[in-house]
Design a protein around this ligand. Sequence first.
Ligand code: APR
Length: 310
Amino acid sequence: MRYKVSIIGAGNVGAEAARYLLYKDLADIVLIDIVEGIARGKALDLAQASQIIGFSGKIKGSNNYEDIADSDVVIITAGVPRKPGMSRDDLIEVNFKIIKDISEKIKIYAKNSIVIVVTNPLDAMTYAAYKILGFERERVIGQAGVLDSSRLAYFVSQKLNVLPYEVQGLVLGTHGDDMVPLVRYTTVNGISITKLLSESDIDEIVNKTKYAGGEIVQIMGTSAFFAPGDAAGYMAEIIIKDIKKLISASVYTKGEYKLNDVVIGLPIVLGKNGIEKIVELDLDEREMELLNNCAKHIKELQLVVDRFLS
Ligand code: APR
């Protein structure tokens, strides 16, 4: 059976997510954008690479939401990215309106899909989508943990001179400066980096991970898109192939880690049903305090979303 993935927002992140799916020949792809020409043009361009890449599916671009019907996965990347000097939170008002519009359409045209949210501020936008969609929480998932964990793994690999994919990183909490890179649970071939690196090296890696996105915005003038797009594509791959992989992702909590009614990055098992399980790790006092700080911050943003929703 051929799967179908729709990507809403054919900008930088959306196009890279599409490229990931195309290169791995994972699904038929629909690109939707408010600017019809962007979606249609990029879809045509990508389709014309099918022969080179060995893509055997269909790819279509449009601004018509009827085209997302029967999607297995919908990835939302539409929205405004950061400019230098902006925090992700600064985008809340403008991106909320976009998420609202799109979630209402998904509810009509792709009500059985699993939705992956990428738009920032990530946790608050995932909360907004969850509330508007009315889907069970297992099918509304925020992409941040895969990206932040990959960034963490990359910085560890550079410090230890090992290959990035030999490192398993785990970042919880919010997709922002107060994210929680769990160094105790970050390993190289099963060995915790706390046994391999000095405290100061680990502090440096943690800081680099937190500001990795901001550094790219400063350098490039807009936010990152290759790694974020690939992270979203990878989550779609895990769902389609039912890999049941333990990753970090933003989820709506119902008592896990003693957190309620907050969308926050936690370890989950991802599979064909979306969130198959939320994994409760044994966190120490400091880690729990950092996670609670994130929850407090996200709840403040959720209150803003609640005001917009009322
Ligand atoms: N419906 C559909 N598409 C929309 C809508 C809408 N209501 N509003 C905006 N778009 C489209 C834009 O036309 C644009 O093509 O979303 C796309 C966004 O693309 P970029 O501006 O290139 O932004 P990008 O870098 O892809 O980031 C998108 O992902 O990582 C986050 O912070 C980032 O919130 C931002 C989002």
